[in-house]
Write a protein that binds this ligand. Structure first.
Ligand code: PLP
Length: 413
């Protein structure tokens, strides 16, 4: 790392107040970004600022403060739309997060447009959020679930998987943009091209992808993209669904009530235009404002730069890992097509025990099945330890992680 890069990284770290604290009496090393990211001061200030200086509801007020809140909310939507290069802000629906965004598509698009004889194609790499929803939709509609075959070591899609599985019966491909267990990034462009060639639409679970890599929904021709604010330096309880306008126009609302209507009679109603049609009730105004600020923050750093930094960290990690014969690394040992996620087990020590020893060294990781039980079943294990990186992590923190493994070996050796 050059001196300039080191200074820039220090400048980024300074913006995250939680990085100043200790855990178990040691300087905090936060490697649980796959679960949620830390929040920079400017995002915290934006969210608190709304409560401190405004706090009013949007859309309904005919007074200055409510108009200002509405402007801030709309400007957050525009920022989020620009972040993924949506053609217009109406294609962004604010939700509670990835899980709700996928449910919206399942309940609204899935239950309306799928029927017996249709196929939903997904993978065994998925987070439960992008699997259980489709199991339910399949049960409700009679559509069948099919899985893109994986390589024997589950490190990615098997050769020829896309052509062999996505066919005339496929109506939806629901696939992760980046596995939250292994960091694997499927070849989205190929998958989308194949799906569109057979007339299917594609939902990308962007929970792990969008925060870490530049995503251009128009260039990739993505139909639905779901992601969460809290994994991209934004608040929890807010997320987004991007969907092509032509799809949203044809879909029925997901939730019903105030704000999503145009006119209401005692026995019927008509619905508001996009995006309100999909945002019933008072939304998470402060959360949306915070998510908008998170977007501005990430853009000020640069998504390409963030992706390069994390690629450096994962390559550095895998190089380290090769020197430890008692480490099992999941998802293959190469850093190509892979984000900054390192899933492993150390000898035959249970992942929770490793996690607890790392905790005592001030290192926060996740241990368990990571909401991906089918993948754990494929690996034949109950869980892994997962270290997941973000823009503020350093090579020194990875050195500390590997040093802490010695403590695990001492205790369990
Ligand atoms: C790949 C993936 N999909 C979906 C989710 C669900 O996100 P949320 O809990 O924010 O709805 C997660 C969260 O870890 C994830 O990693």
């Amino acid at each position: 790392m050059t001196e300039v890069q080191t200074k820039a990284l220090a400048g980024i770290r300074e913006q995250f107040p939680v990085l100043e604290r200790e855990m178990r009496g040691k300087p905090l090393i936060y490697l649980d970004n796959g679960a949620t990211s830390l929040k920079p001061k400017r995002v915290i200030d934006a969210e608190l600022g709304y409560y401190r200086t405004n706090s009013t509801n949007i859309h309904r007020g005919v007074y200055e403060l409510s108009e200002a809140a509405t402007e801030q909310y709309d400007s957050a939507r525009a920022a989020v739309a620009g972040f993924v290069n949506a053609a217009n802000p109406q294609e962004i629906i604010f939700t509670r997060g990835t899980t709700e965004s996928i449910n919206l598509v399942g309940y609204s698009w899935g239950r309306t447009f799928l029927e017996a004889g249709d196929e939903i194609v997904t993978t065994e790499l998925e987070h439960h959020s992008n699997l259980v929803v489709w199991q339910e939709v399949a049960n409700a509609t009679g559509a069948a679930l099919r899985f893109l075959p994986l390589r024997d070591d589950s490190s990615g899609l098997a050769d020829g998987a896309v052509e062999a599985t996505i066919g005339e019966k496929t109506k939806l491909v629901a696939i992760t943009g980046m596995s939250n267990v292994t960091g694997y990034m499927p070849p989205l462009a190929d998958i989308i091209a194949r799906a569109h060639a057979v007339g299917a639409v594609v939902l990308v679970d962007g929970a792990q992808l969008v925060a870490h890599h530049p995503v251009d929904v128009q260039a990739l021709d993505i139909d639905f993209l779901a992601w969460s604010g809290h994994k991209m330096c934004g608040p929890s309880g807010i997320g987004a669904l991007y969907a092509k306008e032509s799809l949203l126009e044809r879909m029925p609302p997901f939730h019903y009530g105030g704000d999503m209507i145009e006119r209401v009679w005692a026995d019927r109603a008509t619905y508001a235009p996009l995006p309100e049609k999909f945002e019933a009730g008072t939304p998470n105004i402060a959360g949306a404002i915070g998510m908008g600020e998170a977007v501005r923050f990430l853009e000020s750093v640069g998504l390409d730069r963030i992706a390069d930094h994390e690629h450096d960290l994962i390559a550095y990690t895998l190089e380290h890992a090769r020197r430890h014969s008692d480490l099992t690394v999941y998802g293959g040992t190469g850093s190509a097509s892979r984000g900054g996620i390192f899933s492993f087990n150390l000898g035959d020590v249970h992942s929770h025990d490793v996690g607890m020893i790392l905790d005592s060294a001030g290192i926060a990781v996740r241990a368990g099945f990571h909401c991906a039980q089918p993948l754990m079943r494929r690996f034949g294990i109950p869980g892994t330890v997962r270290a997941s990186y973000y823009l503020y992590n350093t090579r020194e923190e990875i050195d500390a992680l590997f040093t802490a493994f010695d403590r695990v070996r001492e205790i369990f050796g």
